[in-house]
Design a protein around this ligand. Structure first.
Ligand code: 2AM
Ligand code: CA
Length: 252
């Protein structure tokens, strides 16, 4: 199954690169004033769904652009055709194609392809996590003071009902550094491969994080909501290398 997930993720990544080349001239639509979607998002999602349905006509789909479709199969594919659309539209390389396969609601395989960075992160439940052909692991840093974290501002999409800035202001002085890549799927994959010690964000949706969470867990990391419970992404998401979780939770 993971070979199929990787295959469609690589093909979708090639499509994204072709569309990226013309990103300056892509037609934009607005889901809300700040929430953009391009023709490329829709074309790539349609392609991924058609490939899945050629092989598994009965499987359900939950895609960012098409929503939930299907007849209640035990299998559901959770898809973000372009995670990081803002980066994509502005000619920046931090965007990804995120594809996860769930069985009875639990992710069993996932791939995050960042085609412009030439990295495919992938994992199968119980079998470890990889970047391209190399096995990946979380970092061993165990203090916030030595940590680099990332976050994002998906809170923009809800017109600041839940603003991330108070958390940002509180934690920033306690860190070595902070990054903002604009793709939650890449953030989670970067924690998985030890480039970041952790990541938090509010207002994310299941398709932003499904594949990345499995990749991180298979690389030895941990995920919870902002209260330390398992109700993510509804109550926010906090991801870590497993060594800074307690200090991280206390500092937000
Ligand atoms: P998207 O590009 O697929 O929409 C970045 O902070 C994360 O938030 C990304 O995973 C991005 O996913 C998501 N996001 C959704 N809507 C957003 C918005 N209006 N502004 C910023 N990020 C948004
Ligand atoms: Ca998207």
């Amino acid at each position: 199954m993971i070979d199929f997930v990787k295959k469609i993720s690589v093909s979708a990544g090639k499509m994204a690169i072709a569309e990226f080349a013309k990103s300056g001239s892509l037609k934009l639509d607005f889901k809300s004033e700040k929430d953009i979607v391009t023709e490329a998002d829709r074309r790539i999602e349609d392609f991924i769904i058609s490939e899945i349905h050629k092989k598994f006509p009965d499987h359900d789909i939950f895609g960012e652009e098409t929503g939930k479709t299907g007849k209640g199969s035990e299998f559901c594919w959770v898809i973000d055709p372009i995670d990081g659309t803002t980066s994509f539209v502005h000619g920046q390389p931090f965007f990804s194609v995120s594809i996860a396969l769930q069985k009875y609601g639990a992710t069993i395989a996932g791939a995050v392809n960042a085609p412009k960075l030439e990295e495919v992160f992938w994992a199968e439940k119980g079998k470890g996590a990889f970047c391209n052909k190399t096995r990946i692991h979380v970092s061993s840093r165990d203090r916030l003071l030595n940590s680099v974290l990332s976050t994002g501002f998906a809170c923009l999409r809800s017109d600041m009902k839940e603003n991330n800035l108070p958390i940002f202001n509180k934690i920033l002085p306690r860190l070595r550094g902070i990054r903002r890549y604009g793709s939650a799927a890449i953030d989670l994959s970067y924690v998985a491969c030890g480039r970041l010690e952790g990541f938090w964000e509010l207002n994310l949706k299941p398709y932003d994080i499904a594949a990345g969470v499995l990749i991180l867990q298979e690389a030895g990391g941990e995920v919870c909501d902002l209260r330390g419970k398992q109700n993510y992404p509804n109550d926010g998401i906090l991801a870590s290398n497993g060594k800074i979780t307690e200090e991280f939770l206390k500092s937000i």
